[in-house]
Design a protein around this ligand. Structure first.
Ligand code: FAD
Length: 455
């Protein structure tokens, strides 16, 4: 006899979203976490980093206010106070989430869980069996072979807890987490160097976006080395030295290792219970079923994008799947992505190169330059919105770079996921003067009737 309709192992974005939706659908739910409810996103990821990025934006505004005729002086950054502000944000959301879980009558069990039967999790010597089980144990910050995380060599977990600003910092990895930390530290006054082995920063984005971000970072004085791989790092009492494969060296006070995140799925009984896995990831089909009937996996332990909102969507999806509601599958490529550095990068759908690989020359792409957008001029930002369409067909990708462009991702993801044609969007109205107008302008141009743009 099951203890609950649903037992969920891991209370991060994927696990708790599943718990909330399942309880809404009338299921009894046991949610297990060895740490704080909310997981990486709330305590060590999205929220604390975005609070730091906001503080960084405030610092930039203070430093650069003269160009708007406002005279201020930036006296310095008090990291203890910045951390207090950040912890206040996290604390309020954490309290709210705990209240929400309680009010939905989800039973929260604190402790490390282990799968001891296909549908049974053991925690602190007690076993909980579910009619269905969801694995949602998330991910951890990876390092590279031979690169030990200790002292001056750290991952985002330790970097978030620094109570000082390093004078010189090296960021290993020019992906999302790397460029976000680089952006924060530069705004706080550090000398920053990013090392990326791929030929470009944010290498998963459209090439044009990467190049524009590189231009913007160069202008901000953020140093970077791309295209040469890391070889080794040494640290002593005074600093850390990084050597690349071409023999070039870099010195700094600390090294942030931001080379990606691996699945947190080992030593929890998954293999013993016969769950199919590959290189540590839990394998699922497109409806998030593992190979064992009644056992599902969601979020970062499944191969694909590692994003909190993907975790939320997975969690809701599985609850509805179990309830027999046949939810709609959303492919990873159509999940919106935002990188919150300054300037921001936001995208959804296929890059131009991916669209060309899939559809040959039957595509068109248009870049609307933010130079023609009033609000962007007011803010003093540069960048563009690039829209990729199939000729006489729908928009399949939207790629943006510029201050605050993350806020435009909502409309972008609707356009791509609803398979709108540029002509559909061109007749809709975008308020003036907003950065959102740039979205309208790009679609007007692709529909053959540019307004504030050259054809
Ligand atoms: C620095 C940083 C910044 C990020 N910024 C963003 C962002 O801006 N936007 C975005 O969308 N995503 C961001 N992410 C990614 C996002 O945090 C993850 O995609 C998301 O948290 C994944 O959710 P999850 O539920 O799969 O796993 P997690 O949130 O990692 O939750 C897994 C939970 O399982 C628990 N657990 C693990 N093993 C056990 C066990 N044996 N027993 C009991 N409990 C266990 C853990 O304690 C944890 O609470 C960021 C990540 C980092 C590190």
């Amino acid at each position: 006899m099951a203890d609950a309709d649903l037992v969920i192992l891991g209370g991060g974005s994927g696990g708790y979203a599943c718990a909330l939706r399942a309880s809404e659908l009338g299921m009894s739910v046991i949610l297990i976490d060895k740490d704080k409810l909310g997981g990486t996103c709330l305590h060590r990821g999205c929220i604390p980093t975005k609070a730091l990025l906001h503080a960084a934006e405030v610092a930039d505004s203070a430093r650069e206010s003269e160009q708007f005729g406002v005279n201020t002086t930036l006296h310095g950054i008090d990291m203890v106070k910045v951390n207090e502000y950040r912890d206040g944000v996290v604390g309020r959301l954490y309290k709210g989430l705990q209240g929400l879980v309680k009010s939905r009558k989800v039973q929260f069990v604190e402790g490390a869980g282990r799968l001891v039967g296909p549908k049974t999790v053991e925690v602190n010597g007690q076993q909980y069996t579910g009619t269905n089980v969801v694995l949602a144990t998330g991910s951890y910050a990876r390092s590279l072979p031979g690169l030990e995380i200790s002292g001056r060599i750290m991952t985002s977990d330790q970097a978030l807890n620094l109570d000082y600003i390093p004078q010189r910092v090296i960021v290993l990895g020019g992906g999302v987490i790397g460029v976000e930390f680089a952006s924060v530290w530069k705004s706080f006054g550090s000398e920053v160097t990013i090392i990326e082995g791929w030929p470009h920063l944010v290498p998963n984005e459209d090439d044009a976006i990467s190049k524009q971000l590189e231009r913007a970072f160069r202008k901000r004085g953020i140093n970077f080395s791309v295209g040469t791989r890391f070889a080794s790092a040494m640290q002593d009492a005074t600093g850390v030295k990084v050597t690349l494969e071409d023999g070039k060296t870099f010195d700094a006070d600390l090294l942030l290792v931001a080379v990606g995140r691996g699945p947190n799925a080992s030593d929890m009984g998954f293999e013993e219970q016969g769950i199919a896995m590959e290189r540590g990831w839990v394998l699922v089909n497109e409806r998030l079923h593992t190979n064992i009937e009644g056992v599902f996996a969601v979020g970062d332990i499944t191969p694909g994008l590692q994003l909190a909102h993907r975790g939320f969507q997975h969690g809701i999806f599985v609850a509805e799947e179990i309830a027999g509601l046949r939810p709609v599958v959303i492919a990873d490529v159509n999940i919106p992505k935002v990188t919150y550095c300054e300037p921001e990068v936001a995208s959804v759908g296929l890059t131009e190169a991916q669209a060309r690989a899939e559809h040959g020359d039957n595509i068109s792409a248009y870049e609307y330059n933010l130079g023609g957008n009033g609000k962007s001029q007011i803010l003093g930002t540069t960048g563009f919105i690039k829209v990729v369409r199939i000729n006489d067909g729908p928009v399949v990708g939207i790629h943006m770079v510029g201050s605050r462009m993350g806020e435009q991702i909502g409309e972008a993801q609707l356009i791509v996921n609803w398979e709108a044609h540029p002509e559909d969007v061109a007749v809709l109205i975008h308020a003036h003067p907003t950065q959102n107008e740039a979205m309208g302008e790009a679609h007007l141009a692709l529909a053959g009737k540019p307004l504030h743009a050259h054809a």
